[in-house]
Write a protein that binds this ligand. Structure first.
Ligand SMILES: *[C@@H]1O[C@H](CO)[C@@H](O)[C@H](O)[C@H]1NC(C)=O
Ligand SMILES: *[C@@H]1O[C@H](CO)[C@@H](O)[C@H](O)[C@H]1NC(C)=O
Length: 113
């Protein structure tokens, strides 16, 4: 029987720039463990209008990788996809066919207008 490996995703947020408007960013889920091969999505909600959302991945070795900067619609890079819904104020990061190498901390950074 094939050993099922697990993929651990954790999610944090940072805010890169803000004005006097009170800004609230929420991400969910906080920590997620999923089976290899599963699809998953992380969501970042925000409370003011903004220019765009930047998604980062920080690997266990500390390397920070920029995944997407998304201001409109959808972007895709291999097994990763990001979408933004400006009207309902959230951005989603989808991970398809998750691999142990996807185990990382994911950051969502928002740039306000
Ligand atoms: C993951 O998503 C892809 C494309 O959206 C789909 O074809 C595939 O069946 C999904 N895999 C699982 C395990 O749900
Ligand atoms: C974020 O927004 C989505 C879509 O409106 C909603 O389904 C979800 O519950 C919200 N999550 C949080 C943490 O507020």
């Amino acid at each position: 029987m094939k050993t099922q490996r697990r993929v651990l995703l954790s999610l944090l947020w940072i805010q890169i720039c803000w004005l006097s408007v009170q800004m609230k960013v929420e991400q969910s889920p906080g920590v997620l463990t999923l089976q290899e091969g599963r699809n998953s999505s992380l969501i970042c909600n925000y409370s003011t209008s903004l220019r765009g959302v930047q998604w980062f991945q920080q690997n266990p070795d500390g390397r920070l990788i920029s995944l997407f900067y998304i201001a409109l619609g959808m972007q895709q890079k291999g097994r990763l996809k990001s979408t933004i819904n400006s009207k309902e104020r959230y951005s989603q990061l989808y991970i398809r066919d998750s691999q142990p190498g996807d185990s990382a901390t994911y950051f969502c950074a928002v740039e306000t207008q």
